[in-house]
Design a protein around this ligand. Sequence first.
Ligand SMILES: Cc1cc2nc3c(=O)[nH]c(=O)nc-3n(C[C@H](O)[C@H](O)[C@H](O)COP(=O)(O)OP(=O)(O)OC[C@H]3O[C@@H](n4cnc5c(N)ncnc54)[C@H](O)[C@@H]3O)c2cc1C
Length: 427
Amino acid sequence: MNTYTEKERAIPVYGTFDTVVVGGGFTGVGAAMAAAREGADTLIIERFACFGGSGTLALMNNINGFRNQVKPDHIQTSKGIAEEVILNLKEIDGLGKAAYRQEEYGAEPGKLSFGYAVDSEKLKYILLKMVVDAGAKILFHTMLSDAIMDGDTLKGIVVETKGGRYAIYAKNFVDASGDADLAFHAGVPFWQTKHDEEKRLGDGMMYKVIGYDPENRTYNEGTEANGGVEAGGAVTLWGPRAGGINSLDPDERTQAEIKTRLAVYEDLEEKKAKLPWLKDARIVETPQQLGIRQTRFIEGVYKITLDDVLEGRQFDDAIAMGSKPIIMYFGYRRFLEHPGYEIPYRCMLPKKVENLLVAGRCMSSDQPAFESWRSMAPVMCLGQAAGTACALSVKAGVTPRQLPIDQLQKVLKANNAEIGGPLERRK
Ligand SMILES: Cc1cc2nc3c(=O)[nH]c(=O)nc-3n(C[C@H](O)[C@H](O)[C@H](O)COP(=O)(O)OP(=O)(O)OC[C@H]3O[C@@H](n4cnc5c(N)ncnc54)[C@H](O)[C@@H]3O)c2cc1C
C-alpha cells in the first residue's frame, strides 16, 4: 500500500481528566459510571450518539449472562451496575419476553434470571440517564484515533470530532472499544481470529418487525433464540449472516454491511414462508450497524482459558464472574456444570502498557472462554471493575497495575458486585 507521511502539527488539548473511557458499549458504560461514582473526574467518548454498543447499535437487545442458563444456577453471577440496568428497565416497562430457554427467577435484586429481552429504545434512555446521573462527562461523535505515549506509559489519546482533532490527557484509561483500538495504538500485543477461521463467532444483522402474531409465535424452542427477541411491541429477528468477517478491514466491513442490509427484505420473505406467525410482519427498524462479535483480543498478564471456564476456577484477584454456556466452539451450546467461574483482574491488564485497562469483548482470553463471558451482563461487570480500579488508582496515586487487589475487591463488593468467593457458596 502507498503511504503518506503526516506533517507534525499542534492540536488543541480538549482537557485533562482522572479517567477516560473509550467506547460506550455495556463495558464502557459500566466503567464510566463506576469511575464517576467513585469520585474520579471521568470522561467517556463514543463514536456514535447513544450508549449500548452492540446492544443498541446492532439491535442485540437480549441481555444475558446473569446466571447459569441451566442448573446449577443458584448464584446470580452478574450483579452491580448490570443488575441496576435491568431493575431500571423494569421500572419503565422496558423488559420483554426472554429469548432463550431458562429458569424464570423474575426481576428482583439478587434474583435475576439468566437473561432478558429489552426494549432497545428504553435501553438507550436508561443507559444515558445512568451515565448522566453518575456525573461522567460525555463526548459523543468522537472517534479515538491515536495514543499519546511516553515510553510504555499511556499519557493521552487523540480523537477526531466534527470540530477537528483534539488531544485528551488522563491519569488512566479504560479501553472499552470492543476492538481494543486504544490498546492497538498504544502498542499492546494482541491476537485476532482470522476471518476465514472456522472456530469463531459469526457476525450478522438483526432487524425489528411488527405486525406478527404474538399468540402463535414459536419461541424458546430448543436453546436458540429462533423466535427472535420480543420487547417494546416488536420482535427483533436474527437477519442475514455475514459469516466471520475481519471487520477491521474497511473494505471488508463495508462490503459486509452492504451485503447484509441489501438482504434484509428477502430474509424476512424467507422467514414468512416458513413461520406462519410472521405472515403479516413488516420491518420497522434495521440497526445502525452489522453486529460484530469479535476482533482483537489483547495479550494480558493473564489469559482466561477454556479450562478455567469448564472447571469453574477461582482466582485471588477475581473481580467478576461468568456462567454462560460456550455457545459455538464445540458445535453445540455447551452448558457449564457449575454455577460460575471467576474472572481475574489480570485479564484486563495489558502485558506491556501502563495506565491502561482493557475491558469487555477484547479482554485477554482464548476463544472458547470468550464465548462464555462475552455477554452483556458480564462485560458490564468487567467495565464496573475497570472503572472502579481506575478511580481507586487515582485516589491512591498509583497505576492500575499497582493497585492492591484487596482494595478493589472490597469496594466492588460494597457496590453489590459479585466477584465469587468461598467454595461453599458454590454447592
Ligand atoms: C450478532 C451478535 C449476537 C449477540 N448475542 C448476544 C446475546 O444474545 N446476549 C448477550 O448478552 N450478548 C450477545 N452478544 C454479545 C454482546 O453484545 C457483546 O459481547 C457486548 O455487547 C460487548 O460489549 P462491549 O462494550 O465490550 O463492546 P461493544 O458493544 O462493541 O461496544 C464498543 C463501543 O465502543 C465504540 N467504539 C469502538 N471503537 C471506537 C473508537 N475508536 N472511538 C470511539 N468509540 C469507539 C462503539 O461504537 C461501541 O459503542 C451478541 C453480539 C453480536 C454482535
